[in-house]
Ligand binder design. Structure first.
Ligand code: ZN
Ligand code: ZN
Length: 483
């Protein structure tokens, strides 16, 4: 498993992810996706949307607003329950989650050794005096306040006046935008149970302790599905969605051994949930949640019906009765998924005695699909042909042209950002005094570093197959044996 530092450094060096407002010293736990990062993340969202919405007859999409009526958060329980217990240091004013404070390294001024200063691992006593931590772990001197509940929602004001009546919240989850639109979608789209509504969008949580790069941030993007089912069929649908979502990540390259399911313990379940299981990924910091799949029962629809006074139910033709559907919620993080795909794709290999760093992204996720490289940059016909070819390919696939180094270095550069295919234009392609042009180019693949030579006219068709993953056929046609 690669260390997170290596990923962070590659992400910055190659334009995947930058720290937000870096020239001002950075903003705590906020990150900006650079030119390659935004392509990667867009690709993750695109395949999720295609698989969750476009390819299914029982799903529709939605894009609801971030700012919602404040009563939404009363009804959903977020105003009252979406809190973390927190303590403050009376001395240095630092703030800690009281349920996580024992994990922190703590600073200790030890009376048994003339007040010497020690950094002691979380949860352990001082080796010299046996004391356990009672004071602030950061400054080692301040008393801590009693725990207080701290709401994780970002508060703001709508309109020009900063008064209580104008308080609004940045949504802490996209799900509520779906629940409040349940009836709109049901009526306008004539939906029949079971059906789902999917949404991708930003959410905000004022986490006390964000961290681990883009894993836990205060501003993040969710990919959520609320799938409405007839009560009584909810447990079966829950299992189906768990299986479906668990199989989704390996389809785009995540190694199965790096995924596991973790069932929530009864005392860990959210107040609305009947059962929740997390799909966890083995991140560099250990097993952590990639996606949660919850059975939210009829809690949300009932709450919103009660608080809004509008009926949020469904007329069941079979039983001729009104029912309130149950909801299965597969809730994934776009940033977490992007990070997992990055981490999982990272490889260091030895090739001819040299280190090669590769991101072996699935072609559909790769930020750049094709790099067009001229073999001789002083040959005007090669350069012209390569430019024209790149322009043609770019209309369908993200493609780049590069001639700023030797071919070996150009390949390494593309390997490091996960470009699955390099196409080289050489003297044979364009011809010279001795030989006529053969109008063929060489495709080199990132993972096996094998090459096939194909006619320029056939390139778009070949590329289509390669990017869809139909490699074997192309190699067979061109007489290349692969391991
Ligand atoms: Zn302190
Ligand atoms: Zn001590």
């Amino acid at each position: 498993m690669v260390e997170m530092d290596k990923i962070v450094s590659l992400c910055k060096r190659r334009g995947f992810i930058f720290q937000s407002s870096e020239i001002y010293g950075g903003t705590g736990s906020c990150w900006d996706y650079g030119p390659l990062g935004v392509e990667l993340k867009n690709n993750v969202k695109r395949v999720w949307w295609r698989d969750s919405v476009q390819n299914r007859a029982d799903m529709v999409g939605l894009d609801s607003s971030i700012l919602m009526h404040p009563r939404v958060w009363k009804a959903s329980g977020h105003l009252d329950h979406f809190t973390d217990p927190m303590v403050d240091c009376r001395d240095c004013k630092k703030r800690f989650r009281s349920d996580k404070i024992e994990d922190d390294i703590w600073l200790h001024f030890c009376a048994a050794t003339k007040g010497n200063k020690f950094n002691i691992p979380g949860g352990e006593p001082c080796k010299h005096c046996g004391a356990k931590r009672t004071l602030c772990p950061a400054c080692g001197k301040g008393e801590l306040t009693e725990p207080r509940q701290f709401n994780l929602m970002f508060k703001t004001f709508m309109g020009p006046v900063e008064e209580d009546a104008a308080v609004a919240y940045l949504r802490p989850e996209t799900a509520q935008g779906i629940f409040v639109n349940f009836d709109n979608v049901l009526q306008s789209m004539r939906m029949k149970l079971p059906f789902g509504i999917a949404q991708i969008g930003k959410s905000f949580r004022n986490e006390i302790t964000p961290g681990n790069f883009t894993f836990r941030t205060r501003e993040f993007e969710q990919m959520e599905i609320e799938f409405f089912v007839v009560p009584g069929t909810d447990e079966e649908w829950h299992q189906r969605w768990l299986d479906e979502r668990f199989a989704w990540y390996p389809r785009y390259g995540i190694r199965k051994g790096n995924l596991r399911l973790r069932e929530h313990e009864p005392d860990e379940l959210a107040h609305y949930a009947k059962r929740t299981a997390d799909i966890e990924y083995l991140f560099p910091m250990g097993w952590s949640e990639l996606e949660g799949v919850a059975n939210r029962t009829d809690f949300d629809l009932k709450q919103h019906a009660e608080f809004s006074g509008k009926a949020l139910d469904y007329f069941d033709e079979e039983s001729k009765q009104k029912i309130v559907p149950y909801v299965i919620e597969p809730s994934a993080g776009a940033d977490r998924a992007t990070l997992a795909f990055l981490v999982d794709a990272y490889r260091e290999e030895q090739v001819k005695g040299e280190k090669r760093v590769v991101l072996n992204f699935h072609p559909e996720l790769a930020p750049i699909k094709i790099a067009v490289l001229p073999l001789l940059k002083k040959n005007a016909r090669i350069v012209e042909t390569a430019h024209k070819l790149c322009a043609d390919l770019r209309r369908r696939w993200r493609s780049v042209y590069d001639d700023t180094a030797s071919i070996g270095r150009l390949y390494r550069r593309q390997d490091e950002v996960g470009t699955p295919f390099c196409v080289t234009v050489d003297v044979q392609t364009v011809g010279d005094d001795q030989a006529a042009a053969d109008d063929k180019v060489t495709i080199r693949d990132r993972d096996q570093m094998q090459q096939v030579r194909v006619a320029l006219s056939a390139l778009p068709a070949v590329m289509e197959k390669l990017i869809a993953g139909e490699w074997a056929e192309i190699y067979r046609q061109h007489g290349v044996t692969r391991d």
